[in-house]
Design a protein around this ligand. Sequence first.
Ligand code: AMP
Length: 283
Amino acid sequence: MEVVVSIQDIRERVKSFRENQLTVGFVPTMGALHEGHLSLVKKAKGENDKTVVSIFVNPLQFGKNEDFRQYPRTFDNDCELLSKEGVDIVFHPKASEMYPEGFCTLVIPEHLEDKLCGKLRPGHFRGVAVIVLKLFNLVKPDVAYFGQKDFQQTVIIKRIVSDLNLDVNISVLPTIRNKEGLALSSRNAYLSETEREGALCLYKALAKAQSTINAGIINTKEIVQEMEKIIRNCKSATIDYVSVVNPETLEEVPRVSSGDVATLAVRIGKTRLIDNIICVSTI
Ligand code: AMP
């Protein structure tokens, strides 16, 4: 496995893959890797000749008062994990090369960026849009792999690929959870033992959404109320939002049908966690 840092080097490596007609699978990450990330890597490995993983904590997608500085950075351990998976290249660029002085171009996913997480994290999805577009331009993947866990991100990326006619396939893979249902996240590292217990309310609320639908209730307001009741029972939890939305527009639906997404963001102590499920309805 090779660690590539410079833009020139990643371009050269990718060019040689292309010249040899090798397909490239790409997994963009911010590092602090866990089984959720590795599930994407395994899939990329299985479906492509070459696998590239980027590790870059993107300053552009963090708000002023967010956790850019504290965000866990475990580069050596990440490389060990990726090497075991048989990854070909880890792309680990420097912020100063990705965003040199004078950088000023925005990518604005209008109508999608100000919903759900975007309401509370203004500018976040512009930052995501810019970095993903830049990485796609550098790595030129055939397929890029993303986790359903960051649902709004997947919707926005698919939209950008379609709107800007990018020549890449987007593959969205299921959320990996621990035994108790907690979605794996690099930010789980911030949780104390008791907070980790409290964080289970996210999945419990999502499971409640599905069981409510199974019981024949498809009115979103009622479903959201049931979900919020569960979260309020957890002392350390504060709700940012709970919603059931259309998987393309991110608009809240009045009544739930299969494919709509129950999604939430909850702060456990100071740690903001997100999760979602794709709803199934037989009605
Ligand atoms: P991040 O490093 O948090 O930017 O995540 C990199 C990629 O891994 C994104 O596409 C995430 O959606 C995905 N990811 C993070 N956590 C999980 C998880 N628990 N299950 C599946 N994919 C995940």
